[in-house]
Design a protein. Structure first.
Length: 275
């Protein structure tokens, strides 16, 4: 079981990235697969390691200290497995952990994710944007900084929706009951004049079809931008050749394997990792 501030895998922060390395991607669960598929599309020859911390999903309701502890342990694990770049494919985890981890691992490039408020604020014509997110992200300093820096001239309506994380972990929005949940969350944004919807949780892109059924709001997803940043970080480095993508979960391996196939169409072995 992952324990905050007490990772059992120890990797010195002074170690440089391996010459031939993999991209490590982590999330509280399956949401980060929305970022991973963009990385695979952009960098198909670079092997990846994905860690789903399903023993502690969702992160959105947890304290910043707890999230930092989980992410630190997973980062150590991924580095030990050969990751030379770490992608924190989770808004709550990035908000709680990105800057401390960069201090702890100065030689390992870390790529985080932030709510895509900037492009939404630039694109809005009504002057109102909606942000769909989790409590940990909404409470974080990163979100406040993004709002101050990019959205001081627009009205931002923040909707905390932890039930959507559970929906994706359990299979996605496919039923009438699920659409009713989406209507309850999105209809007030439409009524308030929002003309952009920021998906500030990596689980939410997997609900895109349902979100489009209940409104015509443009969906603003930062996953592709994260993949492009990973490509920029990789430019001077040599990825491992001839390796395969590998998947780990702190939860049930069979359940995650089913989600992996359902969400991004990949059927691969999943290893249960206890740190």
């Amino acid at each position: 079981m992952l324990r905050p501030k007490a990772p059992l895998v120890s990797v010195p922060s002074v170690n440089p990235p391996p010459i031939n390395f993999k991209i490590g991607v982590l999330d509280s669960g399956v949401g980060g697969l929305s970022v991973l598929r963009e990385i695979h599309d952009l960098l198909p020859e670079t092997p990846t390691l994905y860690f789903a911390d399903q023993a502690h999903v969702p992160y959105g309701s947890r304290s910043a200290d707890a999230i930092r502890g989980y992410v630190e342990a997973i980062t150590c694990f991924l580095i030990a497995e050969g990751a030379g770049v770490i992608v924190i494919a989770c808004h709550a985890a990035s908000a709680a952990s990105l800057h401390p981890l960069r201090q702890q691992f100065p030689t390992i490039p870390l790529v985080g994710i932030e709510p895509a408020v900037k492009p939404a604020a630039e694109a809005t014509r009504s002057g109102v944007i909606g942000v769909l997110t989790t409590q940990a992200t909404a409470n974080g300093a990163l979100y406040r900084r993004v709002l101050t820096q990019y959205a001081d001239h627009v009205r931002v309506l923040t909707v905390v929706a932890p039930e959507l994380v559970t929906m994706v972990e359990q299979g996605g929005a496919i039923s009438v009951q699920d659409d009713a949940v989406l209507h309850r969350l999105i209809d007030p944004l439409v009524a308030a004049g929002a003309d952009q919807l920021v998906l500030a949780c990596t689980h939410f892109p997997f609900l895109a079809a349902g979100l489009r059924r209940v409104s015509d709001l443009p969906l603003v997803d930062p996953s592709a931008a994260v993949a492009r940043q990973v490509a920029r970080v990789l430019a001077p480095r040599d990825p491992a050749a001839g390796d395969v993508n590998r998947y780990f979960t702190s939860g049930d391996a069979a359940t995650f394997r089913g989600a992996l196939k359902r969400l991004i169409g990949e059927d691969a072995e999943v290893i249960r990792a206890t740190l």
